[in-house]
Design a protein around this ligand. Structure first.
Ligand SMILES: O=C(O)CCC(=O)C(=O)O
Length: 280
């Protein structure tokens, strides 16, 4: 993204939202997507699953399935597969929030859309995980920034039984030398530490990837479709399998190509300083 990309809001978070993610490691923003954006993504995702069940085929090049079971269908590396997916990963509000939380210019790191369905046998544990602890964080102007942020949007209304993403609040700052099982056991002993997303369709859960998190347990009869994008500082690599489709890149504006590739690797610190100064 070029530094002058002015469709990206700053600040993108209210002070209360910034404080929430600082303390708890996550924040839920309602109405990030409107109902027609939600419907377009839902229709596309279910269409991809239907086609897969019929033909066994992927919807295009440069994408893959992490899971194709009846209870968990997931399609990965989305931007070129459908305009509604591209609009999601480049959504200026989401990118603005990611920049603000990371503390500088960002690139897309991963993107995926899931359909979770109720399990025949209810699991007895959540499956809390994180890829990395808080090692690659920094503090600037008193604000905590971390290199890996996820934006996960629920595409149906989520009540308490609908298995919304579940987290152990505040664990984003606990270093990796603390055994993960010890953190999980401690949280299970005090369920007030375990927070589960309940929010209307189109709400975005923004969380530091260092926060211990899990898919929630669906106790209702409802599917839980979602879309998510992960962002990193521009000088980092996409994760395995999430490199952008090369032909699709040729069709993009400079701003969007840079967001997908991270090729604008310089001036990250300058950008971070600019981000710390609110615009008028
Ligand atoms: O399914 C969810 O709500 C959580 C997704 C998740 O665990 C992840 O992105 O690593």
């Amino acid at each position: 993204m070029n530094d002058e990309a002015n469709s990206i809001p700053f600040p993108a978070l209210t002070q209360a939202q910034r404080l929430h993610i600082e303390i708890y490691g996550y924040v839920i923003i309602e109405n990030v997507l409107n109902q027609s954006e939600v419907k377009a993504i839902v229709d596309t995702l279910y269409g991809i699953e239907d086609d897969f069940r019929r033909t066994g085929e992927l919807p295009g090049p440069s994408c893959f399935n992490t899971s194709t079971t009846g209870e968990f269908f997931r399609i990965d590396n989305l931007p070129h597969l459908a305009p509604c997916f591209f609009d999601y990963v480049t959504n200026p509000h989401i990118v603005g929030m990611a920049q603000e939380i990371i503390g500088g210019s960002v690139r897309l790191q991963q993107s995926d859309a899931h359909i979770r369905r109720p399990l025949a046998e209810k699991p007895t544990s959540y499956g809390f995980h994180r890829t990395m602890g808080p090692t690659y964080h920094h503090i600037e102007n008193g604000l905590y920034h971390f290199t890996f942020i996820k934006a996960l949007t629920n595409l149906t209304d989520l009540g308490p039984d609908d298995g919304g993403t579940t987290v152990i609040a505040g664990t984003h700052k606990i270093p990796d030398e603390v055994p993960r099982d010890a953190i999980i056991d401690a949280a299970l002993a005090d369920p007030s530490l375990i927070h589960q997303v309940e929010a209307p369709a189109g709400s975005t859960l923004l969380f530091f990837e260092s926060l211990m998190h899990a898919a929630g347990i669906i106790r209702s009869a409802e599917d839980r479709p979602l879309i998510l994008s992960g962002y990193l500082p521009v000088m980092f690599q996409a994760w395995n399998g999430y490199d952008p489709d090369p032909d699709f890149l040729k069709t993009l504006s400079d701003e969007h190509r840079i967001l997908l590739t991270g090729e604008h690797k310089f001036n990250w610190q300058r950008r971070a300083r600019e981000l710390s100064q609110p615009k008028d």
